[in-house]
Write a protein that binds this ligand. Structure first.
Ligand SMILES: Nc1ncnc2c1ncn2[C@@H]1O[C@H](COP(=O)(O)OP(=O)(O)OP(=O)(O)O)[C@@H](O)[C@H]1O
Ligand SMILES: [Zn+2]
Length: 638
């Protein structure tokens, strides 16, 4: 490949030189030429002396046999031609004496220049050197080695769950034989899903670092090329390279760039991208999991990925990498502050508490900004004030404004989620609440999760009613706490969910006596013009709507009743969420009863500053892991 590129390069260079040479030699003859008037021309032109005459646009050019050439402005072609014919001199029109090869090359020149520029850019796109102009299909995967700094699990904090899930891959890479001997099934690939800056890349590098294997990194967008077939051959090459270096890790960042749902591209099909994706699927099927190549990919848009990518044998393992909670943030700050001298007043817990919604990258940035601030004023260590300054700078920056909650928003979210949780806990047919959080996630400011969330085969009427109450409990809580006028748009998602459920109850499941056991779902489809719909009278529509509203209203009233009834628990839980941000099911129950959420101590070996209520708890209980995203431990209540 490299040879072909070289040959092309030299050919072009040669042609360019030739062209330039001819250009100059052409010019050199005209350098000796002299402009003369037409009358002079008429007087001087003589058949015995003239070697050649050319009519060239506005001018007539002739060369004498002695070698000097003359240019005259001509009145008209006909006149000159007549003159020359009279004098017996042959005439050539519109072509230069030095025509032939030179003219040909000159006409070629712009074209050659274009080729040169094109080759230059192709080389640049290939990342210079090795790929070569003819090597478009070369993988652009970059290999990071120890030279680039070894990253280990110690450098990744606050996403312990994700780490644990990937631990197995590290084991496997360290000792592939052990696994294949036991016939264990090793995933070929894992998909790291999470918002930007949460440490997906870092985690992938840490796996390679822990296992001591090479790490190849490539971005999904590197595969996207305008030439059909290039992306596919890059994929092929990447896998070849990886197999040669096995055991190793290949990390494809932003896989959604290639992995989008086929046929769902912008403006219809995109052959090149589809071919690339197909090649990726083929390659993933084509190697055995025991070959020691693990493909990790990252995305924050799992929903747009082609389902084929997620099938068993491909990226069948999904690891969610979420934004860290308060404890996670503290740990991440700790990691990044390792090499930063901190002043005695710096308390990372307090910083963590003041940075809800910050991602790992934001926190890294925060430490960096604080260090810069300290350096600017000439301090030798970073103080709390520097952190405050840096935080303001980052939070007021445009980027994360939407993600980062103000204290008021945070409080409102806490009450909202506490409402959901209290109602969920006191309604026996609701699935058990296993987690409540006020950390923004996706489009939601917070959430209460109950298990099992889906896969219900049948739903009973009372259960549906209770679910409606739980869905409306967020809004009920906001109104109880802040009054009718202060309610936010936070419950929009809840209302959507409740409406969907209530409609299904009325229109599909025959759970409204008034409407009866008639399926109106089909009729509803008919409204939108699909065939097979039957028409429904206005009165019936009205009845359906009023029944849907009645069910939701009943749910809402029920929620209000429970929250008011359990006012004290509600208040405690909201405050607990404000303080701890994430609470597991057990912790919720404890907080509701006025106990500290966690029955264990903190694990940093530093008990100073811990609240007395915390240290009073026996320390023997093993630290229990919440099922959510990250640990949660008591905070000092200073
Ligand atoms: N959990 C974490 N622990 C320590 N540092 C982190 C963590 N998350 C992010 N960081 C810091 O943020 C930087 C950027 O993170 P990284 O590039 O891994 O995020 P990402 O999830 O891959 O983001 P993107 O989706 O934008 O590529 C890291 O280099 C690291 O300094
Ligand atoms: Zn809600």
């Amino acid at each position: 490949m490299g040879n072909a590129r070289n040959v092309a390069f030299w050919v072009v260079l040669f042609l360019l030189i030739l062209a330039l040479f001819n250009l100059f030699s052409g010019d050199s003859s005209s350098l000796q030429s002299r402009d003369i008037s037409y009358s002079e021309f008429v007087a001087s032109v003589d058949a015995d002396q003239v070697a050649s005459v050319t009519l060239d646009g506005e001018k007539v050019r002739y060369t004498t046999k002695e070698g000097s050439s003359f240019v005259a402005v001509k009145p008209s072609d006909a006149e000159v031609t007549n003159l020359l014919i009279n004098k017996g001199i042959p005439v050539r029109a519109e072509s230069q004496e030095t025509s032939g090869l030179q003219a040909f090359l000159l006409s070629l020149l712009p074209f050659l220049l274009l080729i040169g520029v094109w080759i230059y850019f192709m080389n640049r796109m290939q990342g210079g050197g090795k790929g070569g102009a003819m090597g478009f299909g070369k993988s652009k995967a970059k290999m990071l080695t120890e030279k680039h700094g070894r990253v280990t699990f110690d450098d990744v904090a606050g996403i312990d769950e994700a780490k644990e899930e990937l631990e197995e891959i590290v084991e496997f890479l360290r000792n592939p034989q052990k696994f294949s001997r036991l016939g264990g099934k090793i995933p070929k690939g894992a998909l790291l899903v999470g918002p930007p800056g949460t440490g997906k890349t870092l985690l992938a590098r840490a796996i390679a670092g822990e296992a001591g294997v090479p790490f190849f990194t490539i971005s999904g967008s590197d595969f996207v090329e305008m030439f059909v077939g290039v992306g596919a051959s890059r994929v092929r090459d990447m896998f070849e390279q990886a197999k040669k270096n096995a055991p190793c890790i290949v990390f494809i960042d932003e896989i959604d760039a290639v992995g989008r749902h086929r046929g769902a591209g912008y403006g219809g099909g995109n052959d090149e991208r589809e071919q690339t994706l197909n090649q990726l699927l083929v390659e993933m099927d084509g190697f055995e999991s025991n070959e020691g190549v693990i493909i990790l990919a990252a995305t924050n848009r799992k929903d747009v990925l082609d389902p084929a990518l997620l099938r068993p044998g491909r990226f069948d393992r999904n690891v969610t990498v979420g934004n860290p909670d308060i404890k996670g943030r503290e740990k991440i700050l700790g990691v990044h502050a390792r090499k930063t001298p901190l002043g005695p007043d710096v308390d990372l817990r307090i910083i963590a508490r003041g940075t809800p919604g910050f991602s790992g990258a934001d926190l890294a940035n925060l430490v960096n900004e604080a260090a810069l601030t300290a350096a600017r004023v000439g301090r030798r260590f970073v103080t709390m004030e520097d952190f405050e300054f840096a935080k303001d700078k980052i939070m007021m920056g445009a980027e994360r404004r939407s993600m980062v909650m103000t204290q008021e928003q945070k409080e409102m979210t806490a009450y909202h989620e506490a409402g959901h949780a209290i109602v969920g806990i006191h309604l026996p047919k609701c699935d058990p609440v296993y987690k409540a959080t006020i950390i923004p996630r996706g489009g939601a400011l917070g959430m209460v999760m109950s298990l099992p969330e889906m896969d219900r085969l049948n739903m009973f009427k009372e259960e549906c009613h209770q679910r409606l109450a739980m869905a409306m409990a967020g809004k009920a809580a906001e109104i109880i706490k802040y009054g009718e006028d202060e309610v936010s748009n936070g419950p929009a998602g809840d209302i959507q969910q409740a409406s969907g459920l209530a409609r299904a109850m009325v229109m599909q499941w025959g759970m409204s006596d008034k409407v009866g056991n008639i399926d109106y779902q089909e009729a509803a489809a008919g409204y939108q013009g699909s065939t097979g719909g039957f028409s429904v009278s206005a009165a019936t529509k009205e009845m359906i709507e009023s029944e849907v509203k009645r069910l939701i209203d009943e749910g809402y009233e029920r929620a209000v009743g429970i929250i008011k009834d359990k006012g004290e628990e509600f208040e405690r839980l909201a405050q607990g969420l404000l303080e701890y941000e994430t609470l597991t099911g057990d912790e919720i129950k404890r907080v509701m009863n006025g106990e500290p959420p966690h029955a264990s101590d903190d694990d940093d070996g530093n008990d100073e500053g811990d609240a007395p209520s915390v240290t009073a708890i026996p320390k023997t209980k093993p630290r229990n892991k919440p099922s959510g995203d990250g640990g949660l431990e008591p905070e000092p209540t200073a």
